[in-house]
Design a protein around this ligand. Sequence first.
Ligand code: PLP
Length: 396
Amino acid sequence: MGGKDGKPGRRTLAVREGPERTGHSEQSEPLFLTSSFRFESAEQAAARFDDSEPGFVYSRFSNPTVETFERRLAAMEGTDSCFATASGMAAIFAAVMALCESGSRVVASLQLFGATVNLLRNYVAKFGVDVRFVDTTDPGDWAKAAGGRADLLIVESPSNPQLDVYDIAALAQVARDAGGTLLVDNCLCTPDLQNPAALGAGLVMHSATKYIDGQGRVLGGALCGDEETIRGRVRPFMRSAGPSMSPFNAWVLLKGLETVGLRVREMSRVALALAGQAEGHEAVERVAYPFLPSHPAHGLAKRQQAAGCGVVSVFLKGGREAAFRAVNATRVMSITANFGDAKSTVTHPASTTHLRVGEELRARAGITDGLVRFSAGLEDEADLREDLARALDAAR
Ligand SMILES: *Cc1c(COP(=O)(O)O)cnc(C)c1O
């Protein structure tokens, strides 16, 4: 990492990037909790609205605190531009609305966040968009599904909760060949572990709710990409539709970006230890973790990611009953749908986050009833190891 060619490194950008705004020489970034901005005159108001004068107008689409967050995240992802949204789902929705129209084709992984699958299947498809799901990581299958023409490809790598790893550069090529854009949901890795734009992805999406906040407080999302796509297509949709990030949340998430690198590296270190501990336990059928040598895409994960991420998925032998016993036996971890929090979490995806995907699609996506997802937090490693041992022993 670190600076190259006199340019600041990612950790420096995470702490420093973003303009200073006021004359008070504040050290921390100011929070502009205001819905609108005043103009000196009717002429200035007109000029701000017709974009002939730069400046802030209304916080649905322009706010200094939100913009600071956007600039910082874009700098960390290595993209020209970024637009922040109210949630991760709002970011996915904005990408679809900005890039697709009736007759467009979307090729999406079946291993996407449950709400993303439902958004595409139940709503986007309703407006004449041809939504096709792919249930393998093989780029050849993606090319087949695209059939030579696709506007948008959507993938999550590693996927939540299966932790399958996709070849981002290969899928970016599939997207280019089909005349479309690859969107990568980079939620599990954060910009500290993986930069999909450098591998050819046209759009990088975040649910900032997870690692970027990192303390389970606020919702937020973002789309990063080139100026033309973000300023030219995403922003006009957001301005008209309004699923925008609140300045307060932007301020919280801005502070989150300062420490996300340290947190996700530590969480990845502990997650690798927990994955190793779970592997080979008699209650366990299989452990999914990108940096375990047993992972089918271990080599690819090591090339694509700087660390394995903070989530470990354990496939238990005893199905749903064993999974529930494991979840209920934990004492340190919180039973919650969130992950990436300083507080470790444990989730049974089939009955919670991915319930509404339905049994058939869950099976195709590899979300079994015995799958339990652990998210390593920042507690003492020894306490988490003990908690995991309790959970696995209860699942026997
Ligand atoms: C949580 C999550 C989302 C949705 O983000 P929200 O902020 O909850 O709307 C999208 N993708 C992944 C991988 C997620 O974990």
